[in-house]
Every structure is written in structure tokens, then in C-alpha cells.
Ligand binder design. Structure first.
Ligand code: KIV
Length: 271
């Protein structure tokens, strides 16, 4: 079995091999240099510069407001922090839905200006032409089906998608279409685990889940959620590995107290 941990660089080909050898793929979001550096040193396979930056970095309610320029800024900061991980960048809302030429131009800007390795976009049959055009220009594309947050105003809610057979059938078809169009991988967000398992088993390309159960080829989480920086977001699929909100608040409170009572800096901390 291949030793993927010692791989110097993770590529889209590495991910395909990992699927073939049934080695799970780890993916997490990052939006800045310092966290990306830590995440990469920990050995993550894929870093997603998600448009969730719109929520967790900028405080917007949805992912819709973030711009292509802002995504490029986040992505180039991440790229400067990594040595090994594959960096995938979300094409933001409004930068690809117009037509495939617009999609290609946006993907090219991301690749040229950030140094990232791949782009991700949301949707199925409606983005097939764009996927084909971007891939034919040599840019790897990751798909995203199920709950697609850029369409939140169409869905009206963030509940689990594709519970009904009609929507599940459409998702199965879309997943196959995206594979045929040239996607190297697909994210499935917030769909029943049984459906996600079926799709993963039917595709040659790796399927990465978020709220899609364990029988897929890898998992992705938003870093602010899994570190517990963001306390308000509590979906069932989220496992919190730290409670950084309280840790950071506690440390800053202590710093404020130390400054106020004149305990910081002490003699060793001055020149
Ligand atoms: O933007 C993002 O963070 C994402 C993940 C939730 C998959 O698209």
C-alpha cells in the first residue's frame, strides 16, 4: 500500500490513488497564512479556501457577498503558508454562473493570481459546460452538490437535501455528469448518508463529504467550526475538537487584567 503520508505534494492524482486504495482523504478550510501553515504541517491532504470565508472571516450571513478579488486575497495568503497540501479555491457567487467564458476567466484569475492548484464550483448540469471549459484549459475542478450555500435563497433553508427520491435521482445524475465533464472530485454537503455512500461507490473520482456520513472517500469541515471559534453553529454533523472561543476569550481577559493591574510587562519582559 502506498505511503501517502510521506508524499511531498498532494495532487489531484494522489487523491484518485487514495480512493483506489481506500485511504480516506482529509480536507479542511483555511483562509489565511498562519492557520494554513499549521494545518499543512499537521498533514492535511486538501485545504479548501472556501467561500465560507464570507461567513467566518467577514461576518456575512451568507456566502453570496464575497468577491473574486477577496477570494484571491485569501487564497494567495493560504498558498504562502503551505508546502504539501492541495489548495482548492471556491469560485464565488457571481463569478461563474453567467456563462462558461466568465467561469473560465474567473478560474484563470484564481490560478494566476493566487498560485492555488484547483477551483471548486457549486451545481450540477447547469455548470457542466463551465466545468468542461475550465478543465480543458488545464485547471482541475472540484464539484459541489447537495446543499449548495450559494443557492440558499432558492432553497430557503439549510435543511438536509435530497431526502426525496426525485431530488436524490437528480443528484445521482448530476454527480455522474460532473465526473464525465472532468471534475477530479466532488463535495457532497448535507445529504442522507445512504445516498452519499451510493454516489461515492458509483464514481471513480473521490467524493468528499460534509454532513454526508462516513461511507464516502473523505471529509471536510470548516476550520472555525471544528476548532470551536464559532459557537453559534451547531449542526449534527459537526464534531468540535477544541473550544477556542472560550480559550481565546479567557486568554484575552487575563491579558486585559494583567495590563490593568500593571503586572504586564514585568522586569523580564522589558529592555
Ligand atoms: O465554503 C466552504 O467552506 C465549503 C465547504 C462547506 C465544503 O464549500
Amino acid at each position: 500500500m502506498t505511503d501517502f503520508k510521506s508524499a511531498k505534494k498532494i495532487t489531484t492524482h494522489t487523491l484518485r490513488e487514495m480512493k483506489e486504495e481506500a485511504v480516506k482523504i482529509s480536507m479542511i478550510t483555511s483562509y489565511d497564512y498562519s492557520l494554513a501553515k499549521i494545518v499543512d504541517a499537521a498533514g492535511i491532504d486538501v485545504i479548501l479556501v472556501g467561500d465560507s470565508a464570507s461567513n467566518v472571516m467577514a461576518g456575512h450571513e451568507t456566502t453570496l457577498p464575497i468577491t473574486l478579488d477577496q477570494m484571491i486575497y485569501h487564497a494567495s495568503s493560504v498558498v504562502r503558508g503551505i508546502k504539501r497540501a492541495l489548495v482548492v479555491v471556491d469560485l464565488p457567487f457571481g463569478s461563474y454562473q453567467g456563462n462558461s467564458k466568465e467561469a473560465l476567466n474567473s478560474a484563470i484569475r484564481i490560478m494566476k493570481e493566487s498560485g492555488a492548484h484547483a477551483v471548486k464550483l457549486e451545481g450540477g448540469r447547469e455548470v457542466k459546460d463551465s466545468v468542461e471549459r475550465i478543465v480543458s484549459a488545464g485547471v482541475p475542478v472540484m464539484g459541489h452538490l447537495g446543499l449548495t450555500p450559494q443557492s440558499i435563497y432558492k432553497f430557503g433553508t439549510y435543511v438536509v437535501r435530497a431526502r426525496e427520491e426525485e431530488e436524490a435521482a437528480r443528484l445521482r445524475e448530476d454527480a455522474l455528469l460532473l465526473q464525465e465533464a472532468g471534475c477530479f472530485s466532488i463535495v457532497l454537503e448535507k445529504i442522507p448518508a445512504v445516498l452519499a455512500a451510493e454516489v461515492a461507490a458509483s464514481l471513480k473520482i473521490p467524493v468528499i463529504g460534509i454532513g454526508a456520513g462516513n461511507q464516502v472517500d473523505g471529509q471536510v469541515l470548516v476550520i472555525h467550526d471544528m476548532l470551536g471559534i464559532n459557537k453559534e453553529f451547531q449542526p449534527r454533523f459537526l464534531r468540535r475538537y477544541l473550544n477556542l472561543y472560550d480559550e481565546i476569550k479567557g486568554a484575552v481577559t487575563k491579558y486585559i487584567d494583567d495590563v490593568k493591574v500593571g503586572d504586564f510587562p514585568n522586569e523580564q519582559e522589558q529592555y
